[in-house]
Design a binder for this molecule. Structure first.
Ligand code: PEP
Ligand code: MN
Length: 340
């Protein structure tokens, strides 16, 4: 358990807190002084988290072993907004990222990108390097797909996002797209996180299947620590014993991340559920839970998709969902009166 002190806390404030903890029978130790003081508590505290949170000088109490700093809020209202083209991610309007799992064909992609834009998508997604579980599955079109994605984004007037799977693909991608995605499988690839931290583009970081909140924020920390402040965090489902959906969407991480971190928080209901019929409900639940945006897979003919067809929405269903997301976010933020 870590107690993060307010930024600028003095040595005396740290010592005073340690002695309050000692008086309560708790064994604490300062484990970081810069850029902020952090106390690690040994053993499970007999006191409630709320009690710890109320101690003078404590800003955050987190179940974690290792300190992280750059991803944490210094003040309750601190928020990173990331400007991509004409849209502010983390700003008042929810961000909608949509597109096919994988880029497949140029003309169809242009047509769909224009339709997605009309429906209200802010960014166009499309994988060109696909980290597939099986080496026998479609691996993506590589550089040709990258050209198609950026051409479709240009035609629709929408910035694009695609996944980098290694340093070589990152070098290619950063020439063509506006945002780089790091997928769930690479959330623990620290060399790649460092490289993407140095690349200068905003980073869409997906949570690993088995990553704790601490693991996730530490992965973000790798990017931030390289001087890249523009990181988005995306919950995309974790592995549990539950087998009725592809993964289990951990919506409870959304308010927790919003409470602790200033980084924009996204949810990907497509990979989480693996089922088209669940996507809209989970996307709306994510917005209701406080997400800054969603990433949704859409395909013009999902039954013919080369990758993730069963979880891809048809463009008409996406249009409906995008409208509902906007209405729901307005209600959530106190600007609307009716829930769709
Ligand atoms: C994707 O967004 O295309 C993808 C592969 O997602 P994830 O890394 O969450 O599995
Ligand atoms: Mn996919």
């Amino acid at each position: 358990m870590l107690l993060f002190l307010h930024p600028g806390s003095t040595e005396q404030a740290g010592e005073a807190l340690l002695s309050s903890l000692r008086e309560a029978g708790l064994d604490g130790q300062i484990v970081a002084e810069q850029p902020r003081r952090v106390i690690r508590l040994r053993g499970a505290p007999p006191h409630s988290i709320d009690w710890l949170q109320r101690l003078p000088g404590v800003l955050h109490v987190v179940h974690a072993e290792r300190p992280f700093h750059l991803s944490l809020k210094d003040t309750p209202n601190q928020k990173t907004t990331i400007r991509v083209a004409d849209h502010s991610i983390g700003g008042p309007d929810p961000t909608i990222i949509a597109g096919p799992c994988a880029v497949e064909e140029a003309d169809a992609l242009v047509t769909m990108a224009c339709a997605l834009k009309r429906s209200g998508a802010h960014l166009l997604r499309g994988g060109v390097y696909k980290p597939r579980s099986s080496p026998y599955d479609f691996q993506g079109l590589g550089p040709d797909g990258l050209e198609m994605l950026s051409a479709a984004g240009r035609a629709a007037g929408r910035p694009s996002v695609t996944e980098a799977v290694d340093e070589r693909s990152l070098d290619e991608i950063q020439e063509h797209t506006h945002v780089v995605q790091i997928g769930a499988r690479n959330m623990h690839n620290y060399a790649l996180l460092k490289r993407v931290g140095a690349c200068g583009l905003p980073v869409f970081l997906k949570r690993g299947f088995a990553a704790t909140l601490e693991d996730f924020l530490l992965a973000a920390e790798y990017v931030l620590e390289q001087g890249n402040p523009n990181v988005m965090l995306c919950e995309r489902g974790i592995r549990t014993f539950s087998d009725h959906s592809r993964f289990t969407l951990d919506l409870s991480i959304v308010p927790r991340l919003q409470e602790l971190s200033h980084l924009p928080v996204f949810v990907d209901p497509s990979h989480a559920s693996g089922r088209r019929r669940s996507v809209a409900a989970l996307a709306k639940a994510a917005i209701a839970a406080g997400a800054d945006g969603v990433m949704v897979e859409v395909h013009p003919h999902p039954d013919e998709a080369m990758c993730d067809g069963p979880q891809s929405l048809e463009p008409a269903d996406f249009e409906l969902l995008a409208n509902q997301i906007r209405l729901l976010a307005a209600v959530r933020d106190g600007q609307g009166e009716t829930v769709p």
